[in-house]
Design a protein around this ligand. Structure first.
Ligand code: SAH
Ligand code: SF4
Length: 382
C-alpha cells in the first residue's frame, strides 16, 4: 500500500495456479521492543498513556495498523515526527509475511501461507462467493486435539497464535481481496477455544470500527466441543456466532473420531450447547462432517435429529474433504438420502460444499507440514 517496491498482490499475473512464492517483506526484529499489534485498542490506549501520550494518539495508531494497513511507523502521517522516532526505538509493528498464495483453478478461493516471526507458518483462506466474501482464519499453529479425520490434527500443536497474528491474517487477506470481506470464520488451523483469550481479543479487534468494523454476527467461532469454554462464552454473553463440531451421534464413534469426546461426551456437550442458547438466546450451529461408511447412515441421521431437535440450532452438514487418509466423502446419492432424513427434524439445515479442495484449502485440509509443500520448498522447521 505504501511501499513502491511492494508487488500488487491482487495482480492476477502474480498468481500461478497451484502454488506461488513471489512476495516476501522484511520483518521487524527488535525482540525487546513492544509488539503493538498484540494490543487491543484498550491496551494500546493504556500503553500510550504510560508513555505520557494522549489516548487519541493510540486510536490513530490502531487505525493505521489495521484499517490503513501501515507496516512502518513513518507511514503514519498524522503522528508527530518525534513520537514516530520514539515508537521506532521502543515498539514494533511485527507482522506476518506472505510466503505464497495458492489460487484455485476451479473457484476464486485463494489460500495464503503466512510466516510468523519465529518462522512457523499458518494458512488463511479467502473464499469469494456471489453474495459474500468469507475469510477462514487459523487460531493455532497445528492443533492438539488429534481428530482422526483432520489434516491439521495430524500436525499436533506447535503453539497458540497471538491476537496480533490472528488479526494480521485478516489484514493480509484484505490486501489481496478485490471485494470487501463480509464474513470471518475461525475454521482454519487450530481449536479456537484452546486459545480462548487471544481469539476473543482478535475478534474484538476485527470488530472495532477503527480496525475493520466486521459485524459481530458475521464472525463465527467453531469449536470441537470444549465444554468449560462454551459455558464461559455463554456467560460472557459474547455476540459472535458459535458453531460446534459434533460429527458423530454415539460416544463410541465420537471417541474415535474426536478424542476430546472422552473428556466431554455428547451428553455433556449438548448440555453446554443448551446452556449457551438459553443464556444468550443466540442460535447455535451444529457441524456434522459426513464420512462414507462412518457416520452417513439413515440411522445416524435419525439420531442426529434426536440430538439437535431439543436445541435452538441449525445443522450444517459438511461432506468430507479428502486428505489422502482413510476417510472418504460419501456418494452424492448417499448425501442426498442423509439430508432427506435430516430434514424431518424441522430445524434449519445447510450443506457446506467446501470451496478450494483442489488446493487443499477446504475445511480440515489445512496443514503446513513439509509433506504438503511443493518439492524443493520448505518454509518451516518440522
Ligand atoms: N477446531 C475447530 C475449528 C477448525 S476445524 C473445530 O474442530 O470445530 C473446522 C471444521 O472443519 C470442523 O467442523 C471440523 O469438524 C471440520 N473438518 C475437519 N476436517 C475436515 C475434513 N477433512 N473435511 C471436512 N470437514 C472437516
Ligand atoms: Fe483440531 Fe478442529 Fe482439526 Fe479437530 S477438527 S484436529 S479440533 S482443527
Amino acid at each position: 500500500m505504501f511501499d513502491k517496491n511492494t508487488p500488487d498482490l491482487a495482480d492476477p499475473a502474480l498468481l500461478v495456479p497451484g502454488h506461488l512464492n513471489l512476495y516476501s517483506c522484511p520483518m521487524e526484529s527488535g525482540t525487546e521492543r513492544t509488539p503493538l499489534r498484540d494490543f487491543s485498542l484498550e491496551e494500546l490506549v493504556a500503553y500510550f498513556t504510560s508513555l505520557g501520550e494522549k489516548p487519541f494518539r493510540a486510536r490513530q495508531v490502531f487505525q493505521w495498523m489495521w484499517q490503513k494497513g501501515a507496516t512502518e511507523f513513518f507511514q503514519m502521517t498524522n503522528i508527530s515526527r518525534s513520537l514516530i522516532q520514539r515508537l521506532e526505538t521502543i515498539a514494533t509493528l511485527d507482522r506476518t509475511e506472505v510466503v505464497f498464495i495458492s489460487q484455485s483453478p476451479a473457484s476464486e478461493t485463494r489460500k495464503l501461507l503466512l510466516r510468523l516471526q519465529d518462522g512457523k507458518t499458518v494458512e488463511t483462506v479467502l473464499i469469494p462467493e456471489e453474495s459474500r466474501v468469507t475469510v477462514c482464519l487459523s487460531s493455532q499453529v497445528g492443533c492438539g486435539l488429534d481428530c482422526d479425520f483432520c489434516a491439521t490434527g495430524k500436525m499436533g500443536l506447535l503453539r497458540n497464535l497471538t491476537a496480533g497474528e490472528i488479526t494480521d491474517q485478516l489484514r493480509q487477506v484484505m490486501a489481496i481481496s478485490s471485494r470487501p470481506v463480509t464474513n470471518i470464520v475461525f475454521m482454519g488451523m487450530g481449536e479456537p477455544f484452546h486459545n480462548y483469550s487471544a481469539v476473543l481479543k482478535a475478534a474484538d479487534m476485527m470488530h472495532d470500527e477503527l480496525a475493520y468494523g466486521t459485524g459481530a454476527r458475521r464472525i463465527t467461532i467453531s469449536t470441537s466441543g470444549l465444554v468449560p469454554q462454551i459455558k464461559q462464552f455463554a456467560e460472557e454473553n459474547r455476540r459472535y456466532k458459535l458453531a460446534v463440531s459434533l460429527n458423530a451421534t454415539v460416544d463410541e464413534q465420537r471417541n474415535v473420531l474426536m478424542p476430546i469426546n472422552k473428556k466431554w461426551n455428547i451428553s455433556a456437550l449438548m448440555d453446554a450447547c443448551k446452556y449457551y442458547t438459553e443464556k444468550t438466546h443466540n442460535m447455535l450451529t451444529l457441524e456434522y462432517v459426513l464420512m462414507a461408511g462412518i457416520n452417513d447412515t439413515l440411522q445416524d441421521a435419525r439420531r442426529l435429529v434426536q440430538i439437535a431437535r431439543p436445541v435452538f440450532c441449525k445443522v450444517n452438514v459438511i461432506p468430507y474433504n479428502d486428505i489422502n487418509g482413510t476417510y472418504r466423502r460419501p456418494a452424492d446419492e448417499k448425501i442426498e438420502a442423509f439430508l432427506q432424513e435430516l430434514s424431518k427434524g424441522n430445524f434449519p439445515l445447510t450443506v457446506r460444499w467446501s470451496r478450494g479442495g483442489d488446493i487443499d484449502a477446504a475445511c480440515g485440509q489445512l496443514a503446513t507440514q513439509t509433506k504438503k509443500m511443493q518439492p524443493g520448498f520448505n518454509p518451516i522447521e518440522t
